[in-house]
Design a protein around this ligand. Structure first.
Ligand code: EPS
Length: 381
């Protein structure tokens, strides 16, 4: 069974829509859980007043009965409060760094409005709702996923993720930056956000997603398309404004020696999986999950709409003009922490569905248990 997600909707249109197919029958789908994730996405410092206008609440219109997935495609709606799309002015001065110029040229338009309405990160609300369904299903299978901010505007706000991901989630949700770092570090970054706001500028940053309880062998080494690493990178690169993805030590591993980097394989009791000397691989070797926590990071560029407008060109006349100023978010990095968690949950569940199949949640559970038993039998023949 293949997990499939499609979203539709413009930033200032009537609503966002998501259709998610491939959730096994019997999986819990709790509107309150989805709405909590949507509220988390809207929290966080650096957002424009638009975030207070929109108070996202999901409406589940298909595929769920009595709080359980039926196995039919699930349909979700999130209504927009700002529905001014039809009356918004044309955008003739594309913003450097945004989809405006390439999108308008691609469609042969001098008005980028239709491009930016869909390129907008407002769409991520739909993916967060769908990702919350994936995360709830994964939790029922013993897999937990947590996203958090590790850097903002070059300030390190990262903190250790301990084994209790639920406790980390509560701390993350209470943080203005969705970060687990010290209060001092968060304050330094918040000052930076305030300063950038005063100066009409924007900030980027880095988020990390950790997943625990992931069965060994998701993905596969056989083909580029089957690799879990390929899917996770694509899922994260598919989020608006993400310019880089790394797994485990990622780019830093390029400067290390093999003897320094690789996680040693350590014997344990007969019939138990070998332990590992570390997790520099970020839980993925050969494109497969290796049973260690998955650790992936995504880098977000500073938002393209800067109040101190960058130089641009009027697409009707070719004359130099300042880029159109469409919004005043200073940073969307805290939002990205929640969005990244959602897209990683979707990708992990996609691989669980591919590897273990099953029409009902209990089938998936049984298949994972059988796989674990077979691995143990391999180690103690
Ligand atoms: C966005 C522009 C802003 C953001 C919006 C994404 O909207 P507006 O132009 O209406 O101020 O607030 O994000 C959201 C509304 C959201 O829910 O994430 C953009 O162009 O990407």
């Amino acid at each position: 069974m293949e997990l499939q997600l499609e979203t539709a909707g413009e930033s200032h249109g009537p609503e966002l829509t998501a259709i998610l197919a491939g959730i096994p029958a019997g999986a819990p789908v709790t509107a309150a859980y989805l709405n909590a994730r949507l509220a988390a996405r809207q929290g966080g410092a650096g957002a424009s007043p638009r975030q207070r206008t929109e108070q996202d609440e999901v409406e589940i219109t298909a595929g769920v009965r009595d709080g359980r997935a039926t196995g039919n495609p699930i349909a979700l709606k999130i209504r927009n409060r700002d529905t001014t799309y039809a009356h918004l002015p044309p955008v003739h001065a594309p913003r450097p760094g945004h989809a405006d110029l390439a999108g308008a040229l691609n469609r042969g338009l001098s008005d980028a409005r239709d491009v930016l309405e869909r390129a907008s990160a407002r769409e991520t609300a739909a993916r967060v709702a769908a990702g919350a369904i994936a995360a709830e299903c994964l939790e029922a299978l013993g897999v937990h996923v947590l996203g958090h901010t590790v850097a903002l505007g070059g300030v390190d706000v990262g903190g250790a993720v301990d084994d209790d991901l639920e406790a980390c989630r509560a701390r993350r949700d209470a943080s203005a930056l969705h970060a687990l770092g010290s209060a001092e570090a968060v304050d330094v970054a918040l000052d930076l956000v305030a300063q950038a706001k005063r100066e009409g500028d924007t900030l980027g940053g880095i988020v990390e997603v950790v997943a625990t309880g992931v069965p060994v062998g998701l993905g596969g080494h056989e083909r580029p398309e089957t690799k879990l690493s390929t899917g996770l990178a694509a899922a994260l690169m598919g989020v608006q404004a993400v310019k880089g993805v790394e797994i485990g030590r990622g780019f830093a591993s390029a400067a290390l020696r093999g003897t320094e980097l690789h996680d040693t394989i350590v014997p344990t009791a007969l019939g138990e999986l070998p332990a590992r000397g570390g997790n520099e691989a970020g839980g993925i070797e050969g494109g497969m999950s290796n049973g260690q926590p998955i650790v992936v990071r995504a880098a977000m560029k500073p938002l393209a709409t800067v109040r101190a407008a960058l130089p641009s060109v009027d697409l009707r006349t070719g004359e130099a003009v300042p880029a159109r100023v469409e919004r005043s978010d200073v940073t969307a990095v805290p939002r990205l922490a929640i969005v990244a968690e959602a897209v990683v949950a979707l990708e992990l569940l996609r691989h669980v569905r591919r590897r273990f199949g099953g029409a009902h949640l209990e089938d998936v559970r049984a298949a994972i248990a059988a796989h674990r038993a077979r691995m143990r039998a391999t180690l103690a023949p």
